[in-house]
Design a protein around this ligand. Structure first.
Ligand code: FES
Length: 105
């Protein structure tokens, strides 16, 4: 079992998610916003996120794979899942993930 620090819950494996068409691996058992932070630690730490369902600046659209329903959620309250595909993100998230080389929207 590995634990990269107190921010993340202990995890045994990484799960694959797709953000704007690009694949990433993030620790299972964490909220999606935490997974974004795993990919872009400094930027998300400094982002304007309440982490508490209030600001809505962490909103995403996602589905769970080909042919599944498109859903909207706030990523600070959404548990990451293997195969999750993030199709749209609030501007604050897109800004924080700008170093990941995601496609323009
Ligand atoms: S971070 Fe504010 S609602 Fe999710």
């Amino acid at each position: 079992m590995s634990n990269p620090g107190p921010l993340f819950r202990p995890f045994e494996k990484l799960v694959k998610i797709t953000i704007a068409g690009k694949e990433f691996e993030v620790p299972e058992g964490n909220m999606l916003l935490r997974a974004f932070q795993y990919l872009s630690p400094e930027e998300v730490a400094h982002g304007r996120f309440c982490w508490n369902e209030e600001c809505q600046d962490c909103r995403v659209n996602y589905d769970l794979g080909e042919g599944t329903q498109d859903r909207t959620a706030i990523s600070c309250k959404l548990m990451v899942q293997d195969g999750m595909r993030i199709t749209e993100m609030a501007q604050e998230i897109r800004y924080c993930l700008r170093e990941l080389g995601l496609g323009k929207k």
